[in-house]
Design a protein around this ligand. Structure first.
Ligand code: MG
Length: 206
């Protein structure tokens, strides 16, 4: 029996992917209090506002595709410049979203595993252009006694350029002292006060 093709033509999304946001509705997302995701939707994208959103579904090992657009904030700098973030396993492991165009990337710049590992290279496009992350995330592993036997790992392509090559994430990125989660968790997008846009979000559990 032939395997069902992932592509039958020029599709941009493989047939086995779960589409989390197609530009029209956020029905697969909620806020932290469980209320429906209320971010504005227009012109095929959503704009961060009010609070973070996360998927209703939970994921462990997975491949994620997401596109983002950062407003030009010429009078803001550092972490105040078009900040957001893409998180795995809830508010646990962040790939930073920030306008870091042209900078010498530090561990809090765009593409960084926030406050832990800077990107291998600064692959940012300028603000007000669409950018992409493709990430292969591996959840931390535990033995039967609940001891961690493998750190979380991630490979990330930023605009098609590899910026993390199967690197270990030794601990959660917002709180370095927090425990690594033992169970799968949602994918979370950060509201950090800036009008960051997202579109074309899909995931493939691995
Ligand atoms: Mg952030």
């Amino acid at each position: 029996m032939a395997t069902k093709p992932l592509f039958t033509g020029n599709e941009m999304i493989p047939a086995d992917a779960s589409v989390l946001f197609d530009g029209t509705d956020l029905s697969k997302w909620v806020h932290g209090d469980g209320s429906p995701a209320s971010w504005k939707i227009e012109n095929g994208y959503t704009v961060t506002q009010k609070a973070d959103i996360h998927t209703k579904e939970v994921y462990g090992d997975c491949q994620l595709h997401i596109e983002f657009w950062l407003p030009l904030m010429a009078d803001s700098f550092g972490q105040a410049r078009s900040n957001s973030g893409v998180f795995f396993m809830g508010f646990t492991y962040e790939i930073q979203v920030l306008d870091s165009y042209g900078l010498d990337s530090k561990n809090d710049d765009c593409g960084a595993l926030y406050s832990v590992i800077p990107p291998m290279v600064n692959a940012c496009r300028p603000p007000e252009t669409w950018q992409s992350y493709d990430a292969i995330f591996r959840a931390p592993k535990f033995d039967e006694a609940g001891n961690k036997v493998a750190n979380a790992r991630v490979t990330v392509l930023h605009n098609g350029v590899i910026i993390h090559d199967d690197v270990e994430i030794p601990h959660p990125t917002p709180d370095h002292n927090a425990a690594d989660p033992k169970e799968p968790g949602p994918i979370q997008l950060q509201y950090h006060g800036n009008d960051v846009r997202f579109r074309n979000v899909w995931v493939r559990p691995l």
